[in-house]
Design a protein around this ligand. Structure first.
Ligand code: HXC
Length: 515
């Protein structure tokens, strides 16, 4: 056979394999507003950069007539490409082929590309669109999932792992995204649940739709399983590219530097957003944007636990992770969900060499029976653990309230912040003036001729004495009390001087965080 005819044979084989589930299945996929698996990949990677591998892998199922079935690519597309010039490994399950169900060889293709990503130390992007374990392949399908989970864990903190949910992701399949760093969901397309509506109906008699049980909004707003929510697949791909611009491509490197840009201070003036009244809410995102390059800020888990804000920005061209209390929502308190959100974000930044800037304004941990019984002790401890353990540069700015455990938890010097700055509006105390005055001056207040007048006097006395940054500054717990307009300069300087920071932790296998 000549090269020409061999090439023609290759072309014919490729055409057959590239047809996926065929025209009808592709039409069905498109009718639900979904792109095909290959379209998804080529929308994420740079044009012309995708190289597909293992196109000719065939499934190994033999039972239930599977030996007579041809499943192109075994329902998953794998390969490499670049995003903004940086290499990535990527896979996308093809729902048009046997519902993207995961059989033994399908799993082998995924673990092979994950292995590549780990060896080459580049990010792995996984696009999930699957009916779960291929039922006909039984335990071999389960084995495939187990192998993926193992590699997800091995890759954790070594290379970025991004999971995109663009269809069903049901049963044990949900645990691969759950083990990865960032989960992206798209409205009306993503569905994630361990047991679907039918099982819930038969076991518990409860009626619920797939969307209400595990749709994109549910995971972005309620469960916190998703980190990015988009209205369309294309919006989601833009979010992925944006995120990749802020994070390094592995844990040996720092994120790419960009030319420094001044904040857009005409739109983001601190004085406009920061209230003079001590209890007035304000949107801390405006304060963050007032100090970041070009006032850009990529928020992570924007719709979940809104009482804290976490996300990426650049200062002087370099990536920084921001953690801030959000006075706009529940006065910025810490509770179970916000503790999880903050702790996880800190650990991500620490694993990938991204310095942390923390902005503090909170009355403390949220009191209440619900919170106590939901385990606020255990969850709240995660923040203490994550900040204490983090060795990246840690810079804290106390904007207003820093009361009680909240003061300690939000990256105080006691958890080894490198620099703690406070605005003159900062109030650093064991608790708010009202609560404190009621307790320590109880006798004076109750025995006074006019208890309310006495109470107000004692509150004022307490405020005068403690509700300021100067007591903490007198002990060196605050390094500098700074004018709000100087904040960016102080952060720039602190980051610049911390550039070579190296901290050696005590030798151990690993710590035992309050998971
Ligand atoms: C084999 C599957 C499949 C599966 C779908 N298909 N899921 N084949 N194993 N798990 C096939 C269908 O038979 C069909 O084949 C094609 O994919 C498209 O599926 P449809 O049902 O027609 O699509 P749709 O109506 O859109 O419904 C999608 C669906 C549904 C909601 C995902 O297919 C479904 O409920 N699938 C089963 C989900 C499930 O229970 N999975 C097992 C979870 S247990 P044809 O040939 O007709 O086109 C699990 C354990 C993992 O995953 C544990 C790991 C630790």
């Amino acid at each position: 056979m000549s090269i020409r005819s061999k090439t023609a044979e290759l072309r014919a084989r490729m055409t057959e394999a590239l047809q996926g589930g065929g025209e009808k299945a592709i039409e069905k996929q498109k009718a639900t507003g979904k792109l095909t698996a290959r379209e998804r990949i080529t929308s994420i990677v740079d044009p012309g950069s995708f190289y597909e591998y293992d196109l000719f892998v065939e499934h190994s199922g033999k039972e239930f007539g599977m030996d007579k079935k041809y499943l192109p690519g075994d329902g998953v597309i794998t390969g490499t490409g670049t995003v903004s010039g940086h290499p990535v490994c990527i896979y996308a399950q093809d729902f048009t082929v046997a519902g993207g169900s995961l059989g033994y060889m399908h799993a082998k293709k995924i673990t092979k590309i994950m292995d590549h990503a780990l060896k080459l130390k580049v990010p792995i992007i996984g696009i999930n669109d699957s009916g779960g374990a291929r039922i006909q392949e039984g335990v071999n399908a389960l084995a495939g999932y187990g192998d993926i989970f193992y590699l997800n864990t091995a890759a954790s903190g070594v290379i970025p792992q991004l999971s995109i949910i663009l269809g069903p992701c049901a049963g044990g399949a949900v645990y691969s995204p759950a083990l990865t760093d960032f989960v992206f969901v798209v409205d009306n397309i993503s569905k994630m649940f361990i047991t679907g509506p039918e099982v819930i109906k038969s076991v518990l008699g409860e009626d619920i739709s797939q969307e209400d049980l595990g749709g994109a909004r549910v995971h972005a707003e309620i469960t916190g399983n998703a980190h990015f929510f988009a209205n369309t697949e294309n919006d989601c791909f833009e979010q992925i590219k944006q995120l990749l611009s802020y994070i390094p491509f592995n844990n040996d490197n720092k994120a790419k530097s960009f030319p420094s840009k001044a904040p857009r201070t005409k739109s983001y003036k601190i004085e406009t957003f920061f209230p003079t009244a001590p209890k007035q809410p304000y949107d801390v995102r405006n304060i963050i944007r007032s100090v970041t390059d070009d006032s850009e800020f990529l928020e992570v888990q924007e719709l979940f636990a809104g009482n804290v804000v976490v996300g990426f920005a650049r200062i002087n061209g370099d990536s920084v992770g921001f953690v801030a209390n959000q006075p706009l929502v529940m006065a910025g308190v810490l509770d179970v969900d916000s503790s999880d959100k903050v702790a996880r974000f800190i650990r991500y930044c620490d694993a990938f060499n991204i310095p942390l800037v923390t902005m503090v304004d909170l009355p403390g941990y949220l009191p209440g029976i619900d919170q106590e019984h939901a385990g606020v002790i255990r969850h709240g401890a995660k923040i203490l653990y994550a900040y204490s353990e983090a060795t990246v540069p840690k810079i804290t700015i106390i904007l207003r309230k820093a009361y009680g455990g909240g003061y300690i938890a939000m990256c105080s010097h006691h958890l080894k912040a490198d620099f703690v700055f406070a605005w003159p509006t900062a109030e650093i105390a064991v608790m708010g003036p009202e609560g404190a005055a009621n307790i320590i001056f109880r006798n004076e207040i109750t025995s006074a001729e006019n208890p309310e007048k006495m109470r107000q006097e004692k509150i004022a006395e307490y405020k005068e004495r403690f509700a300021n940054p100067y007591v903490a500054a007198a002990y060196g717990y605050v390094d500098a009390v700074i004018k709000p307009t100087e904040t960016r300069n102080y952060i720039v300087q602190a980051l610049s001087i911390s550039r070579g920071k190296k901290e050696v932790s005590p030798q151990r296998k690993h710590g035992i965080p309050p998971f």
